[in-house]
Ligand binder design. Structure first.
Ligand code: SME
Length: 173
């Protein structure tokens, strides 16, 4: 069923299908993606299924080079659901952008990955990156990592809305 979404009149939306107005702003795309993520996760309790759908939703909405989750497993991050080229499977705490975000419990925006000390190159085509730690009770359970194949692809809008997405993802853990 395709129905008109009352909150976002310029879009057609079902849980499975999203038809974006090509003129939608980045913020509008995020608003709809967040709403869709919430609906997807409300109807499913399986963590991997939900994380997988969120990465697909983000990839389809923004056409980022790579988007995925790294999940905390004892003392390292292990690759979880993602969309994009194959990636590094394990990252140590404090290493790279992801390991640093885990350690600091803070989001990191990297306009130029070549300037981030210790950046881990999973794919040389990745030029900028944003990393959001997924926290629950002040403990990091996973990392959301987004890579772009152009410099300076992420700004305050990405930071703001991915932090809101974190609030949808956090209760899944
Ligand atoms: N660049 C990341 C590694 C993960 S990949 O980009 C998918 C980092 O420095 O932690």
């Amino acid at each position: 069923m395709v129905r008109k979404n009352t909150l976002f009149d310029s879009y057609l939306c079902t849980v499975e299908q999203i038809v974006l107005n090509p003129k939608a702003s980045k913020a509008q795309k995020y608003e709809l993606a967040l709403k869709q993520a919430q609906v997807l996760c409300e109807g499913e309790s399986n963590l991997i299924a939900n994380l997988a759908n969120i990465t697909a939703l983000l990839k389809e909405t923004f056409q980022w080079f790579w988007v995925g989750f790294y999940i905390v497993d004892t003392n390292e991050l292990v690759l979880g659901p993602f969309q994009g080229p194959v990636a590094c499977t394990r990252i140590q705490k404090g290493k790279g952008v992801c390991g640093t975000a885990w350690d600091s419990k803070k989001a990191i925006v990297v306009p130029d990955v070549s300037k981030f000390p210790g950046h881990i190159v999973c794919n040389a085509a990745s030029l900028s990156e944003i990393v959001i730690p997924i926290l629950k009770n002040n403990e990091v359970f996973a990392i959301l990592d987004v890579d772009a194949d152009r410099l300076d692809a992420f700004d305050e809008t990405d930071h703001k809305y991915l932090a809101l997405l974190e609030r949808i993802v956090s209760p899944l853990f």
